[in-house]
Design a protein around this ligand. Structure first.
Ligand SMILES: Cc1ncc(COP(=O)(O)O)c(C=O)c1O
Length: 500
């Protein structure tokens, strides 16, 4: 049965080949194209096929092709990039999205936070294959606007799997949410209650509390979240308007670094649950612990560290017997690591000691994250023209290099005095971990349209975790029923059911 999922894409043809570098799955041709090199057919055969088939199927149904590559190691990603540039004669910047990394992160999430169901924050990276992979894995979605709702609903995700987690919404967006059956939303002021009541009579609210990790990359508390002193008034405002408040949400800040903030916020949320009961209001049953999670690439809080604090706080303040459903709204954690950006060098100037290069993406495109997200870039060369036999430039001398983006603004400087080998036009520079708050916030300044940057999907074998575990079991991880998720089933049929 497992093999059937993949036979749809012609995997059987691939299994007969010896030297496979990568295999392309294309839903349109329903045929696998395998290109030479080193994947053992055996490795493909040992994959958790049902789950993989599901992910490929949902991704491919959006018209994407998924290439199987040997591993998520730099050299295998770079080999794929090189192959793609060569076979498609590419000159424009592009992304490589490794779906296996998303699966691995999901697996790690389930292991670290078994009680917390992730509702992926679409704003962080709304790339269709990323969303469809999250949907296939059983995640819910946090949407912030009408168009995000439209995108997720159009993928066939059930409205019960979506939270409209923007505390201050446009009336027309609330109406739209109502029309597609997305009723769970957040609020933090009385004015929003009135607006919601007027535009969606079926709405169910989470009261968003202010909770700050002041050391996070972007603390959000200045803009959002009710103060403790406002809680009673806001609970009563909703009760008077006859809108149900079914739980509490918070967001300690994106790119969090202080685990204690989760603990404090969970403790504060419990007080709100108690306050509601003391006011004679119905018992709340959803706690939404927001985002802030990272893989810790840049010294932020690792998921495991956050999880230790969260699990302890949940045990103390929301023990399982309370029957409260716990959800979260992770964005960065799932989006950052799976995406690699490849850019081409198309200009060079040598001034004194410094080499200056022009590449075809920059501050007004993907690298807007340097300004908006305080990102740290980790470039590596792919010298496919100047060093054909050593494209990674291993062991070669490096020089102070400045790298400019393509627009005519001098602010469009991506790297300053960064050590890089000597490169020429037609060499490429590759940037890993470029999936969070990058593409989605780029512009089309000077006619360099960020939204036109292509994404190529890969699925790497030998990715830690899920490849050795029956990842099908992930689909069963979040079966606890709750009012807004009880239509969900994480059995084999869940995706097709949702898409009905
Ligand atoms: C309401 C809300 N939820 C979730 C997120 C995602 O946060 P993160 O990427 O830190 O997980 C954000 C980010 O701004 C947010 O505002």
């Amino acid at each position: 049965m497992a093999c059937n999922s993949l036979n749809v894409y012609g995997m059987d043809a691939c299994l007969g080949l010896e030297d496979v570098d990568y295999c392309d799955f294309s839903p349109s041709v329903r045929k696998t194209k395998c290109i030479k090199s080193a994947i053992e057919p055996r490795e493909v055969a040992n994959m958790p096929l049902t789950a993989l088939g599901k992910i490929l199927e949902s991704t491919c149904s959006g018209g994407n092709k998924v290439s199987i590559i040997k591993s998520s190691a730099q050299q295998d990603i770079d080999a794929f990039i090189e192959n793609t540039i060569r076979s498609k004669s590419l000159q424009d910047a592009f992304y490589v999205l490794n779906l296996a990394v998303i699966v691995q992160l999901f697996y790690d999430w389930v292991a670290a936070l078994p009680r917390v169901r992730p509702y992926y924050a679409v704003k962080c990276n709304p790339s269709p294959p990323l969303l469809s992979t999250m949907a296939a894995l059983g995640a819910g979605f946090d949407c912030a606007s009408k168009s995000e709702l439209e995108q997720v609903i159009s993928m066939g995700v059930s409205p019960q799997r979506i939270i409209f987690a923007n505390p201050c919404k446009m009336p027309s967006h609330i109406k739209h949410a109502s029309s597609v059956g997305v009723n769970l939303t957040t609020y933090d002021c009385e004015h929003e209650v009135t607006k919601i009541k007027l535009n969606n009579p079926n709405a169910k609210l989470l009261l968003r509390l202010r909770a700050d990790d002041l050391s996070s990359k972007w603390p959000l508390g200045v803009k959002y979240g009710a103060l403790t002193s406002e809680v009673e008034h806001l609970l009563m405002a909703a009760a008077n308007a006859q809108v149900d408040v079914v739980g509490v949400s918070f967001h300690i800040g994106s790119g969090a670094s202080d685990a204690r903030s989760y603990l404090d916020a969970i403790a504060a949320a419990r007080k709100v649950f108690e306050k509601a009961l003391a006011l004679g209001l119905p018992a709340m049953h959803i706690l939404d612990i927001g985002g802030g999670f990272t893989v810790g690439n840049n010294g932020e809080l690792k998921l495991s560290e956050a999880a230790n604090a969260i699990n302890a706080a949940l045990d103390q303040y929301f023990p399982e017997e309370l029957g409260v459903s716990i959800i979260a709204e992770p964005g960065r954690y799932f989006a950052e690591a799976p995406t690699t950006l490849a850019t081409m060098v198309y200009g060079k100037r040598v001034r004194d000691e410094v080499r200056e290069y022009w590449i075809n993406d920059g501050i007004y495109g993907t690298m807007n994250c340097l300004i908006h997200d305080y990102a740290v870039l980790c470039p590596r060369p792919l010298a496919r023209i100047s060093k054909r036999n050593n494209t990674s430039c291993a062991g070669l001398p490096v020089y102070k290099s400045t790298v400019f983006g393509p627009t005519c603004d001098s602010l469009d400087t991506v790297l300053k005095e960064h050590p890089l080998p000597d490169l020429v036009d037609g060499d490429w520079i590759v940037f890993p971990n470029m999936g969070a708050y990058t593409h989605c916030a780029g512009s089309s300044f000077n006619g360099y349209d960020t939204s036109a940057i292509q994404t190529f999907c890969v699925f790497s074998l030998n990715t830690r975790g899920p490849s050795t575990v029956a990842i099908d079991s992930l689909f069963k991880s979040f079966e606890t029923p709750c009012e807004f998720t009880d239509k969900l089933s994480f059995s084999e049929e869940s995706t097709s059911e949702d898409s009905e």
